[in-house]
Design a protein around this ligand. Structure first.
Ligand SMILES: Nc1nc2c(ncn2[C@@H]2O[C@H](COP(=O)(O)OP(=O)(O)OP(=O)(O)O)[C@@H](O)[C@H]2O)c(=O)[nH]1
Ligand SMILES: [Mg+2]
Ligand SMILES: [Zn+2]
Length: 299
C-alpha cells in the first residue's frame, strides 16, 4: 500500500483494506488506522474482506470504493450458479474442526483443495480439546501432517495454545463449519473483539451460523486473521478435474505417470495412483475423496 495520496481525474484517492463486508456496505481501514464506511462505485465492482482498495473520501468517515488492487490470492467456493468469494490476499488458511457438533472430513478436505488451488499453505486447528471425543478426532487427523498440513490442538475456550506463533507475518483466513469455535478463538486472541459466539444445537448436531460476515482483525503490523461465517457445504465448481488433482499433495509425485494420459484412476491398467494406493503411499480414502469431488466436476 502506498502511503501517498493519489490524485486521479481531480479526485483524491486513499488506499485502505476491507476489514468487513456487509452486502454492499464495507468498512475500510486506512493506513492512518481510521475506519471508513464505504459503498462501491457501480454494482459490478467485486469487493471482499482483505481486499486493498482505493477510496474517494466523501466525509470524515465515509467514502466510495473506486478501485480494487490486484489480489495475491482469492479464497473462494463456487457452485454451478455463482462464485462465493470469502477472502482476498490471505497468505494462509487455518481450518478449524471440533468433535462437537460433528465435523466432516469431506468438508475439511474440500477446504484444503480450495487453499491449495490458490497455492496457500493450510493448517488444521483441532479445537475443543476439553471434550472426550477430541482424541478420536486427532486420530482421524493423524495422516494430515504428512500431506503438509500441521494439526494444532487447542481449547479456544481456554486460550490460543501455540497458534499465535503460526499467525505471525501472515494474513490468515480462519474457516470451518459452523459451531467449531472460530469466533471463540477470535475472542481469545482479541479480548476486546467481542465477536458473537453462540451455543450450537445439540438436537440438530450443527452450529447456528452465528457469524454472518467476514471480519479482519489485526494482530500486529504484519499479521492479521479473518473470522468467516461457518459453512455446511463447500462446492468447488470452479475447479476442473486436473485442478483438483494438482491440489492433492499426495497425488503430485505420480503426476503424468499413469499409462494413459486421460487416466481416471479407476481401474485402468498401469495407473500410478492405484499402484501408490496398493503400496500404502496414498490413503485409500484420499482416492475415494478424489473420485467423489471429481465426479461433480466433469470439466
Ligand atoms: N467445550 C468447548 N466448547 C467450545 C470451545 N470453543 C468454542 N466452544 C463452543 O462452541 C460453540 C460455538 O462457538 P462459536 O465460536 O460461535 O463457533 P463458530 O465456529 O464461530 O460458529 P459460526 O460463527 O456459526 O461459524 C459455543 O458454544 C462455544 O462456547 C472449546 O474449546 N471447548
Ligand atoms: Mg463465528
Ligand atoms: Zn491413473
Amino acid at each position: 500500500m502506498s502511503t501517498l495520496l493519489k490524485a486521479e481525474k481531480g479526485k483524491t484517492l486513499i488506499p485502505g483494506q476491507i476489514v468487513a463486508a456487509h452486502g454492499r456496505h464495507f468498512l475500510v481501514r486506512t493506513e492512518q488506522h481510521t475506519n471508513l464506511n464505504c459503498i462501491t462505485r457501480g454494482r459490478k465492482l467485486d469487493v471482499v474482506c482483505g481486499d486493498i482498495v482505493d477510496v474517494n473520501i466523501s466525509t470524515q468517515d465515509q467514502g466510495v470504493i473506486e478501485r480494487v488492487h490486484p489480489r495475491s490470492s482469492l479464497f473462494k467456493r463456487a457452485d454451478i450458479f455463482r462464485s462465493k468469494p470469502i477472502a482476498a490476499n490471505v497468505t494462509q488458511v487455518a481450518i478449524m474442526v471440533a468433535p462437537r457438533p460433528s465435523w466432516s472430513e469431506d468438508l475439511l478436505q474440500r477446504c484444503l483443495l480450495a487453499a491449495e488451488s490458490q497455492h496457500l499453505p493450510a493448517l488444521i486447528i483441532a479445537n475443543k480439546a476439553d471434550l472426550p471425543e477430541h482424541k478420536t478426532m486427532l486420530e482421524a487427523l493423524s495422516g494430515y501432517p504428512a500431506l503438509g498440513y500441521p494439526v494444532i490442538s487447542l481449547c479456544a475456550k481456554q486460550g490460543t495454545g501455540e497458534l499465535v506463533e503460526r499467525l505471525q507475518g501472515h494474513l490468515t483466513l480462519l474457516a470451518g463449519q459452523s459451531g467449531m469455535g472460530k469466533s471463540t478463538l477470535i475472542n481469545a486472541l482479541f479480548p476486546q473483539a467481542d465477536a458473537r459466539v453462540e451455543a450450537f444445537s445439540e438436537a440438530l448436531d450443527s452450529g447456528r451460523h452465528t457469524t454472518t460476515h467476514s471480519r479482519l482483525y489485526q494482530l500486529n503490523v504484519n499479521s492479521g486473521i479473518i473470522d468467516s461465517p461457518g459453512f455446511q457445504e463447500f462446492a468447488l465448481a470452479h475447479l476442473s478435474r486436473s485442478d483438483i488433482e494438482a491440489a492433492m499433495p499426495d497425488f503430485r509425485p505420480y503426476h503424468g505417470q499413469c499409462r494413459f494420459r486421460d487416466c481416471q484412476h479407476l481401474s485402468e491398467p498401469g495407473c500410478a495412483i492405484q499402484q501408490a494406493v496398493k503400496a500404502g503411499l496414498i490413503a485409500p480414502q484420499r482416492l475415494a475423496f478424489f473420485h467423489q469431488v471429481a465426479k461433480q466436476n466433469l470439466r
